[in-house]
Design a protein around this ligand. Structure first.
Ligand code: PMP
Length: 358
């Protein structure tokens, strides 16, 4: 096999913001069953490491266009992490101050990442769940005249997935079958935006949506109440805390409502967080694809689908972010810090082990 060469992109970028999107669709070669071909759309390739970079850039530039965000104005948002990290990257690049509200239950490295990117992080009590951090962001915007990014309500969310994510999928699968597209939801921006395009351009593609089995709020059939601004006015009664960070808040977001109302998915399948963690570990250790718990969970559903899928089916699975964001979470539980017995044995197998012993 000849040595690999690269040619560069043949261009220079004017800003880190121009590198958002155009993430690769990558074939899974070792852990998927033989009857299907599985690709993952790996959103960790975005500059701040997640699918939410698309949304962050879209929110800020839509608000710049319509004048609702003034130069130098502070941006505020409630976010479990990836939106905050994406917004921090965009705000840093464009020079806006950013304040993020976040429940204290989310991973510590997310807070520190946002602060590293220049944002301020205000923690809200774990007991108040997603609704608590959301209320805090709203209050801060009202009291201080800050720009509330409103990821759960803004049309800039699904619009950017229609304009970018979906177009990338069409281009990558042009002239090729695409039998299943699999995704989870947090705000619902990915599924609402991509399904607009797939329904029109790829009507044969089955859209599979998934949510945590212990927080199956869509599956419950109950839609929470919302106010005139489309913000939730109650937490969802079927919500329970789940380990799939970034997925399923404790309310059904307005952005997701579009997919519900317009048949934006064919099937809704629950997934156990433990299965998501197990598949995320296998993706890393057996494919070299390092994604978070939501990516593993989406992949887990693809593996379920594969059991009954017609031979030769082609699937595309969304992997929303990088696994590096989960070092202090259950994803890394049991990953040793000290040498394991096997590693000790390897160490003892060469002469210098003798020197260390002396
Ligand atoms: N996975 C992770 C890790 C996320 O942060 C998000 C966004 N909150 C999603 C999945 C879901 O994306 P969307 O908001 O577009 O539904």
């Amino acid at each position: 096999m000849a040595i690999r060469t690269t040619n560069g992109r043949g261009m220079r970028y004017d800003s880190v913001l121009d590198t958002v999107g155009n993430t690769p669709s990558i074939r899974i070669n070792r852990i998927a069953p033989d009857n299907v071909t599985v690709y993952v759309k790996f959103e960790a390739f975005n500059p701040a490491g997640s699918v939410k970079d698309r949304l962050a850039l879209s929110i800020i530039e839509a608000a710049e266009r319509d004048g609702s965000l003034k130069p130098g104005q502070t941006v505020v948002e409630a976010t479990s992490g990836n939106t905050g990290i994406g917004l921090a990257m965009v705000c840093a690049a464009k020079g806006y101050p950013l304040v993020v509200t976040m429940a204290e239950s989310f991973s510590v490295e997310r807070r520190r990442l946002m602060r590293f990117l220049g944002a301020k992080v205000v923690l809200t009590p774990k007991g108040l769940k997603g609704f608590g951090m959301y209320t805090k962001a709203k209050e801060l915007a009202e009291e201080n005249g800050w720009f509330l990014a409103s990821q759960f309500e803004t049309s800039a969310n699904a619009d950017i997935h229609e304009a970018t994510t979906a177009r990338e999928i069409l281009a990558d699968f042009e002239g090729e079958r695409l039998d299943y597209w699999v995704t989870g939801y947090g705000t619902g921006g990915t599924v609402s935006g991509v399904s607009r395009v797939l329904r029109k351009e790829r009507p044969d593609t089955k859209i599979i949506l998934t949510e945590p089995d212990n927080a199956a709020i869509l599956g419950s059939g109950y839609i929470n109440t919302r106010n005139e601004a489309n913000q939730p006015t109650e937490g969802h009664p079927h919500f329970n805390p789940h380990p799939i960070q970034g997925w399923t808040p404790d309310f059904i977001p307005y952005v997701l409502q579009e997919a519900i109302d317009h048949g934006g998915y064919d099937e809704l399948l629950p997934v156990a967080g433990a299965d998501g963690i197990a598949w995320s570990r296998r993706l890393a250790a057996e494919e070299g694809i390092f994604t978070g718990i939501s990516g593993g969970s989406t992949f887990a559903i693809a593996m379920e689908l594969a059991k009954d899928a017609p031979d030769g089916s082609i699937m595309l699975v969304m992997l929303p972010d990088t696994g590096e964001r989960y070092l202090s979470t259950p994803l890394f539980e049991g990953i040793a810090e000290e040498m394991t017995e096997e590693e000790h044995a390897i160490s003892l197998s060469t002469p210098s082990a003798q020197m260390a012993a002396e």
